[in-house]
Design a protein around this ligand. Structure first.
Ligand code: 9MG
Length: 289
């Protein structure tokens, strides 16, 4: 490039917001962001209810930050296949003490919920982001986030957690999930949620067979074309068990490998259990791509 010439504008740099506005924080997307999982459900598929007490959950969260988590995702209702729903009061009793205990921890706090009442209470208690596996489709959910500065993760799910793995069906999973996410971005913007606080997620394992999940990971770059940051949740998922034959407690290496593949196909935010190992692997992706 000669003196005075502007740098070339690529397709990607035109579409992609480089900064992500997340409640009290503004995060650069120039490097991968690691979202550490803090499950506070007794039936969580990956921690066996280990972090049900607020003190243990807070301790675990602080360990994840020390390992390099850029954000935390706190969840009080399991969304694993077959899980029973919990009521608003019960979910708040699980989430609020943890949120309050972590408010000054220095990283953005996301709350994983699909209930508008929980969203509003969590945001009042200091949540910087809502992670909604239902993509703000519940009555009042769009408004709950629009009335705040919180970021939102809009995730695709076919069906509902209790029954979603009973015969999921698509003609073309990538095209259908992409069209859904495009429509939910438009709905969120229409409700007053600015693009700079929206991220999307194709929802691995949420109403999808192994073939659907593999198809989505192979073509993940198609979702990145929607022009908002792409979040993936592949950590310890059953698709990795199906591909390796490994039980959930032995899926760290497949999870890190899946995060590397996702990063190479345009994912920016990684919802993971194994923060330290994912961070190390993604440092190599960043250095080489
Ligand atoms: C709560 N939760 C469980 N799995 C998830 C995934 O893949 N993505 C997001 N956004 N949330 C998830």
């Amino acid at each position: 490039m000669s003196d005075g010439e502007s740098p070339p504008i690529t397709h990607h740099s035109l579409l992609m917001t480089r900064m992500f506005h997340c409640g009290r924080f503004t995060l650069s997307l120039d490097r991968p962001l690691i979202m550490g999982i803090v499950n506070i459900t007794p039936d969580s598929f990956s921690d066996g209810g280990h972090f049900y007490s607020p003190e243990l959950a807070i301790e675990h969260a602080i360990k994840l930050i020390a390992q390099g988590a850029d954000l935390l995702d706190i969840g009080g209702e399991s969304t694993r296949p077959g899980a029973q729903a919990v009521g608003v009061e019960e979910e708040l009793q699980r989430v609020l003490p943890v949120l309050e205990g972590l408010r000054e921890c220095g990283v953005p706090l996301s709350v994983d919920t699909l209930k508008p009442e929980v969203m509003r209470a969590a945001i009042r208690a200091g949540a910087d982001m809502i992670n909604d596996v239902n993509a703000l489709r519940a009555e009042g959910a769009l408004q709950a986030v629009a009335d705040s500065a919180a970021a939102i993760c809009l995730m695709h799910m076919q069906g509902e957690p209790r029954t979603m793995q009973q015969g999921p069906f698509y003609q073309d999973v990538v095209a259908e999930v992409k069209a859904f996410l495009d429509e939910r971005i438009a709905a969120a913007e229409q409700a007053g949620i600015e693009r700079k606080r929206i991220v999307i997620d194709p929802g691995f394992g949420f109403g999808k067979t192994l073939e659907h999940n593999v198809g989505m990971l192979r073509q993940l770059d198609a979702f990145a074309e929607l022009g908002v940051p792409l979040l993936t949740g592949l950590s310890r998922k059953s698709m990795l068990g199906a591909l390796t034959g490994l039980p959930v407690e032995e899926r760290m290496v497949p999870s890190v490998a899946a995060a590397v593949v996702a990063a190479m196909k345009g994912a920016k935010i990684f919802r993971v259990h194994d923060v330290k190992e994912t961070r190390q692997a993604l440092q190599i992706v960043s250095a080489l791509t």
